[in-house]
Structure formats: C-alpha cells, structure tokens
Ligand binder design. Structure first.
Ligand code: BDR
Ligand code: CA
Length: 343
C-alpha cells in the first residue's frame, strides 16, 4: 500500500518519542523529514533527543533539521517563566520541584526533556546543514504529491514556513497538529502548552487556509494509556519496547504526581501520538467538529488560548476540525504494534 508522505515537527519530549515510534513503526507513513522546535526544552536538547530516539529505533535514514531557540515573536525563556508563574498560581503546593525544570520547560519531561532512559553516547546521526524551515520547504518543493505536516510542538517552524514560502502552502495536504484546547484547563484557561509557547505562529497556521485537524487536550486527556500498555511494550522484548516502556513510566509518574487533582491515577495521556494516529487511520476519530478557531495573542491572561467559535458569533469560515474523542483501545494497540515493528 502506498505510504502517506509526511513531515514531523517535534520537541521530544516523552509523547513526541512515542509519536515518532508510532510514525515509523506503523509502516504506513513515508517520513520525508523530522524537524525540531524548542518547546518542552531548549532547541539543543529537543534536537539531541530526536536524533537519539530515531537512531535507537533504527530510523537513522530520516533527515533531521534543527529549528530555532525562540518562538516567532517571544523568547522561549520569557514564555517558560510565564508558564512557571502560572503553575505557581494554580498549584501552590508544588513548590518543591527543582527550579531549573521550571525554566527549561514542561516539568513532565524532566531536565533533559527526555528523562527516564539513558541513550547510548555513540549516536552517529547528524542534523542536516539547513534549518528546519528550509528542510520543510525543500521536501515540499521536491515532492510530486502533497505532503501532510504533523506538528507536535509549538507551531514556530510551520508559521515561519507559511510566511517565508507562501507559494509552497498549496503543497501541504493537511496539518494534523497536537495543540490547543476548547475547554480543558491545565495552567491557564483554555491554554495548551504548544499554543501557549508560540501564539503568533498558531495564528499564522489557523489563518493559512490549509485544512487543519486539531488533536488538543479535549481528546488527548480522554485517550489515556494505562500500566497494561506499558507492560505490553516492555514484554515485546525488543530495544524500542524497552525504551518506550521506561520513558512512558517516567511520564506517567510525573503526570500522576503533578496533576493528581485530575484523578490521573496510573494513566497518562500520550498527546502527540494522537496527531500521528489520526493520519495513519482517520477512522480512529469517533467525535469531532468543524469550527472557526482563532488564538488569543494580546491578552493579559489568555495568550495562546484557542478560541473555538461554537456559537458562530464571529461569522467566519470553519478552519479547523477539532477532535474530541478517539477509539482508545485501537489507538493503544497501534502504539504497541508500532513498537514491535521497530528494532
Ligand atoms: C504538549 O506539550 C508537550 O509537553 C507535549 O510534548 C505535547 O506536545 C501537550 O500540551
Ligand atoms: Ca511535543
């Protein structure tokens, strides 16, 4: 069967790791490039983590290109400080976390951005001698068919691509993104991490005219992975299963500790893998709605909040398919099968 051409833009990240395993191990996607973005951690760390995951699972041939340290308008450091401030306000009793983690990014991923597994030091993979945006443009330009973009970090690279190469926008088949939320509250009302980090890039993407499917917190906190799935990964007996199980265990512990008030006991979302799964098999989506979406960029409290116009107040065209639910069992089985297909 013909594979679907995709570019994956990521900031690994534990769920990014699982998304990469799914994308590669599913054998349904033709991964033309992996590009990196700063988000969960600095651009140096997310890029190193992406190279480590790809090498470890046997996907060395996939070209990787590095993005920028800062979002389009803001600085990564400033955004992380705001995030830490929000966390302190919302979760005052979590003051014991190490301060350094609050500066580098999402505390769910630890200091390196991918804590919980030690990768070998002798990874020969190198980044390509071009930026993430140039790499995306190259793939789109050289492709005979349209290419699907799967961003699973802040939308910085995709926003820059759209602005820098408007003539290539028509070569984008669809954007299947992990980001945004219509109702779920974690650290700010209506705020999800990826859209919070780069609201300006999110706005460019929403206004691009490219078909968008949004796998935000609405769905990712409904489709939860339990201990049994992690055990299945471990029992596969291959390198990828062991690595994925170790990292997911870490991720689950962090979620259960940091977000105990959500009742996440022995479960974890695997946000980014949802956006990949939706491309591999769109029939996994069991509930979604086409809406007009915008993003708040100038507010006191709401920067990065995704505004979903349910009541058609703005009278503007529907630009995003917002996903609310997926077939959890099939999704989790897909993750295990993909890990089994890797080395
Ligand atoms: C998103 O933020 C990151 O921490 C995850 O990797 C995911 O992309 C979830 O809000
Ligand atoms: Ca991510």
């Amino acid at each position: 069967m013909k594979k679907i051409p995709v570019i994956i833009d990521c900031d690994p990240g534990h769920d990014d790791m699982m998304a990469l395993v799914l994308a590669y191990g599913s054998q349904k996607l033709d991964i033309r490039a992996v590009t990196t973005v700063a988000g969960n951690n600095t651009i140096d760390n997310t890029t190193r983590n992406a190279l480590n995951v790809l090498h470890y699972i046997g996907a060395d041939h996939i070209p990787v290109a590095k993005g920028l340290q800062d979002p389009i308008v803001r600085s990564h450091k400033e955004v992380m400080e705001k995030l830490a401030e929000n966390r302190r306000r919302m979760y005052p009793d979590q003051g014991s976390q190490e301060p350094k983690e609050k500066i580098v990014g999402a505390s769910a991923h630890g200091i390196t951005g991918l804590d919980g597994f030690t990768f070998p030091q002798d990874n020969p993979m190198q980044v390509q001698p071009m930026s993430a945006v140039e790499m995306m443009a190259k793939v789109l330009r050289e492709s005979e068919e349209k290419v699907t973009l799967i961003p699973m970090g802040p939308l910085t690279n995709i926003g820059l691509l759209i602005r820098a190469f408007p003539d290539l926008v028509e070569k984008i088949e669809r954007i299947s993104m992990m980001g945004g939320t219509s109702e779920f509250v974690l650290t700010r009302p209506f705020m999800e991490f990826n859209t919070f980090v780069d609201p300006e890039a999110t706005k460019i993407v929403f206004e691009s005219g490219v078909p968008i499917t949004m796998f935000g917190y609405d769905v990712t906190y409904r489709v939860l992975c339990g201990k049994d799935t992690i055990e299945q990964m471990e029992h596969l007996g291959n390198k990828t299963g062991h690595m994925a199980a170790s990292l997911l265990k870490f991720f689950m512990e962090r979620h259960n500790k940091n977000l105990s008030h959500l009742g996440l006991s022995d479960t974890t979302p695997i946000h980014d893998a949802c956006a990949v799964a939706g491309v591999i098999d769109p029939t996994l989506v069991t509930q979604s709605k086409r809406l007009h979406l915008d993003v708040e960029i100038g507010g006191t409290y709401f920067d990065g909040a995704t505004i979903c116009d349910y009541a058609h107040c703005l009278n503007l065209p529907e630009n995003v398919e917002v996903v609310y639910n997926m077939d959890t069992q099939r999704f989790l089985q897909m993750l295990v099968d993909a890990a089994a297909n890797c080395q």
